[in-house]
Design a binder for this molecule. Sequence first.
Ligand code: C2E
Ligand code: MG
Ligand code: MG
Ligand code: MG
Length: 292
Amino acid sequence: EAKRQGRQGYELFSAGLLEQSSRRFFIETQLDNALQDGQLYLNYQPWVQLPNGRVMGLEALARWRHPLEGCIAPLEFIPILEASSQIVRLGYWVLEQAFSQLQQLDRAGQSGLQMAINLSPHQLFDPQLHQRLAKLSQTYHIIPGRIVLELTEGVIITDYHQACEQMHRLQDAGYQLAIDDFGTGYSSLAYLSKLPVDRVKLDRSFILRMTESQLDRQLVQSVIDMLHAMGKQVIAEGVESSLQLEMLRQQGADGVQGYFLAHPVSECNLLSQLQQLAKRRDLSYMPPDEGS
Ligand code: C2E
Ligand code: MG
Ligand code: MG
Ligand code: MG
């Protein structure tokens, strides 16, 4: 049985004709072609600040649409490219697109938004990263404080000391650093307190469970409180319902991202999505003492 459900519900092995091993080889060898042919593109998913419900930024998410194989999920191609170090090349392409998009949004009147970009271990450890970021920041007139670099706990496990050093350099240059998918890996609050991390993104598996069990709800509350005590902002990902949103608002989360707010969209739908999101009344905060 070649078909399997991916973590986020994608089929990792699509209806395409290739076997798993040849598909891996295919992905490893097709990156250059794909970049040249425009098969790769970015989707953007907004995140919203709490308690006020204001759109603060976007996350850039890589997409690969192959003319014969169809859509290849990032959960399939990112790990393969990471294993062959090609992620560095893809990563610089993603960075360039994302910076450029931010400049376009500034010009279109959606100014000052932040852009979150996912970084794999090889990218973080790439000696050129600082220089390349500095160049992009200059070219597209984007101050580093608007760029959020998302790292998973895996990066830190790979090489704690090198990761820590690199993260300090990036933070000193003004970039914001976030830990992504918090709660899925070897989550330890102890290492977090020592790392230069501005923001933590709670994995959607936490959020999924919190409406079902009181215990999970309390767990989320304690994690939020502890992260706040360390001075970190907490963003919840995978928010799919207004119930989850309201719980997180009550619990003091600093932001939310997820299908309830917006699905990731391509660049041509981004502006209209942002405008719609800004108009949504169900997101704005009603202080408990006022009104009705
Ligand atoms: P991530 O950074 O944790 O991104 C969030 C993932 O959750 C995205 O999946 C997004 O589409 C999905 N998502 C957002 N809201 C919801 C929701 O309410 N419900 C559900 N079920 N899912 C939601 P996607 O786009 O498939 O990306 C998967 C992962 O691939 C990302 O997880 C990230 O780790 C990695 N990735 C994506 N683009 C890049 C990239 O350019 N570079 C690197 N290094 N990794 C990337
Ligand atoms: Mg992310
Ligand atoms: Mg995430
Ligand atoms: Mg995730």
